[in-house]
Design a protein around this ligand. Sequence first.
Ligand code: SF4
Length: 365
Amino acid sequence: MPTQQTLFTPSTSVKHPNLTTSRLWIPKQVLFTPDALEEPFGQQIYERISTLGLPINILKSNRLTGLRGADERETYRNAKNTLAVVKAPPGAFRLQPIPPSADWQMNLAEGCPAHCQYCYLAGSLHGPPVTRVYANLPQMLANAAAYEQVGKVTTFEVSCYTDVIGIEHLTGSLAECVSYFGSRPDAQLRFVTKYDQVESLLELPHNGRTRARVSLNAELIARRLEGGTASVEARLQALRKLALSREQGGGEYPVGVVLAPIMPIIDWRVHYTDLLDRLADTLDFDCDLTVEFITHRFTAGSKEVLLGWYPNTSLDLDEFSRSQKRNKFGGVKYVYEPDEMKTLRSFFYAEWRKRFPRAPILYWT
Ligand code: SF4
């Protein structure tokens, strides 16, 4: 099977890091729109940000302006250092299905403080990649109730457009969601993160109705491509805390691993074996665990945006070594060749089942 040539030099030695945590994201500016400040939840965020002593700018209108820099790089830097608290537009109340991850996606924010060079948001955000947090979250949660179906557990994914833990210290939005879904017997909240500040979630009344997942990758990939996030080790420890947490009168969080984006870098078997071994050492007790496997993919549009954001990336974005996958609207994604996919899939399924025979594999994509 061909291996990825553009990414990383050969190495069979896997260095384990110290337990360094993520740097907490501290935006250089926080913008509030007038509409956001009329919302009680927006005011709560305002209190939090004021307590933290961050520079606040209350805008005169509800439009975010003045974020463009002299070039693409400066615009990116300005945007990634900005948190904007806004009111979610009416479109955010029309939830979209998000198979195979969940029944519906519900976004509590759009934009992310991290700097992953393969970022899933590239090409899907409008304008500069500012992190926009929704001040009318309680209304959005009430709206989500209309999507629940009687007789089945309806799942809601809140991590499609942001890293919910990466911004939680500034917003409290995820805690609001976890507590809300704790009171919904026919629903499940799902989130995934590359950050590790989970302490504020440990005591919440989740009632087992939130599946808390961490996104993991081979050490080398995480170090080189996932800027601004927690180390793999810190994420593993966060997962352990969530799986062991004991809310009052309840139990531990159901947890999960999203292994993504899987890349056949040189010596990939060595690197991913090391990751799975470390995960097994971390979760050395019975817990409600699932896994999702997602291979790397990109589109022509996301490639263009990513190369604007990360012009020197070592990420493999070569269309000619990939297969094309079309969606029902005619859009093309570049995925690994079928034989390569098969080899990867067999490896991950076998290695997962060996270590976690009772933890379901939810999907491979
Ligand atoms: S954590 Fe997710 S959303 Fe944030 S930069 Fe990385 S890939 Fe993008």
